[in-house]
Structure formats: structure tokens, C-alpha cells
Ligand binder design. Sequence first.
Ligand code: DGY
Length: 305
Amino acid sequence: MIDTWPEARPPTADELAERASPCAGILTMLTERVDEALLERCPDLRVVANMAVGFDNVDVDAATAHGVLVTNTPGVLTEATADLAFALLLAAARRLPEGSTAVREGDWGPWDPGWLLGRELNGLTLGIVGPGRIGSAVARRAQAFGMTVTYCGRRDAVAFPGLRAPWREVLRTADVVSVHVPLTGETAGMFDAPAFSAMKRGAIFVNTSRGGVVDQDALRAALESGQIGAAALDVTVPEPLPPDHPLLAAPNLIVLPHLGSATHETRARMAELSVDGLLSALRGERPHHLVNPAAWERAGRGAGA
Ligand code: DGY
């Protein structure tokens, strides 16, 4: 039997637990919290297929302890998310929202050689924080625009198109910083007041990863002081960000409603991959994109089983 959540809003924790309690598998979005409390109420659960590459909404250790497999959707959203990061970078560098607003609000006056000047990307340095698939795809785009790319991150990115540098050095030298790290205990709030102060004055900050990696009060202060010249975010805390949220009062800020993977092609592939992960696990096969191989081993299904 398949039970589908019928509403546009995500279920509350209680509604999710109630609907999921008899299930052997659930297909979740990044809006669903899968934690110990939920897992305790779902004794028959064998798999959580998360329709996202990020899985910070899932307590993976708790799932492993319950023998529940967790799958995600890596790879298929790389290009779409990199496109969006680059669109944000260009929009911030060339002040597209301001130009568009000026047209609609009747502020488009006579041609003025000094009006709405932005920055051209050719010759700028892009610092990528998080050299995974998406960071690498953004770096390739940047090189095509004549940018120098530096990067830092935990992964030893052998074929990364750019120069590896320590985190502080990336911040100090980049004209644009683009964030591509997962949200973990280690990365939460890593873009705080000291990080923004370490960046070049007037640098552009782009975040398409998770809102939780940014201390939003610190970002707002950095935008207000001009330390950060412009910020372009696809992700915030909370999501949705209410229109009266204090962050939105900051100058030179673009915020999008988490559109990184929002293309027809990518969302279709994400849906296919997550259904694939769900069905493989229910058939007793090892899913391709298993986040917690330990759960597979734990259930005695690893090593040639
Ligand atoms: C993800 O997959 O983690 C994105 O943030 C949503 O598509």
C-alpha cells in the first residue's frame, strides 16, 4: 500500500510519525525531520529515501542504530545547482535585481555612464568553500568567465579545477566566495563575524548549500558595514524566510526560495533516484546511493550477502 501526504505544506512531526508508523519505507523531502523520536514510532521502517543530495534533515546515526537505510540523490542536481550559483553570482556582480526594479518603478532615467555599475567577472578570484561535485561545476563555469579559482574543504579534490589554499587564505584573497559544503556539526555557522571580517572588503558572498552554515546576523552586519559588498542566497534559516525577517533589511542582498535543483529535468531525475533507492531497499537490494552503509552491514547484508 502507498500512502501519499496530500497537502502542499509539509507534515508536522506528529502527522509524519502517525502516517509513517506502519510503513516499511518513506520518501522524504528536506522539510521532513527524521530523528530518534520518529524512528521510535516506526518499528517496521527499513528505508528513508531522501529526495535531496543534502541529508541534514535526517539523523543518520539514529537511522543506522535502528537498522534503517538512508538514501539520497547525488549527481543529478549538480549542473542545475551550479547554474543557479552562477546566476546568483552574476546577478549580484551586475546588480540585476536593482536594474529590474528600477525599470518597473519608473526610475529608468536618461542613459548615465555612472549608473548601476557592477563588477565584471573576468580577472576576479572565486573562492570555493566545499570542493565537491557542485563546487567543482561552479569552478568550471568560473574559469570559462576568466576567473581564477581557489578552493578549500575537507575532501582531497584531486581533479578540482582550481588552486587549493587554506580556508583563511581563500577568504582573504577571493573577490567572490561561493559555499558548497553540507550542513554538519562542523560547518554550522562557519560563516560568522570573524569569517566575514577575514574576507576582502566588498567581496561578494554566494550560498546555495544550506542556510545553517551562515550566521545571518553576522551577514547582515557585514552587508550593512560594506565589509561584504553583496550577498546572494538560495538558502536561509528559516525556510520559507518570512518577508519581515530582519535579514531582508540588509542592503545588496538577493534571496531566492531554495531553487538550486528546480529544473524540470533535475527534479524528474531526483524523483526517479529516490524512488529507485526506496524500491531497491524494499526488495532487499543495496541501494546505489546509500548514505549509511553501516546500516546495511549491521543488518548482515554486507560483504557478499
Ligand atoms: C538538495 O538536494 O540538497 C537541495 O538543497 C534541494 O534540491
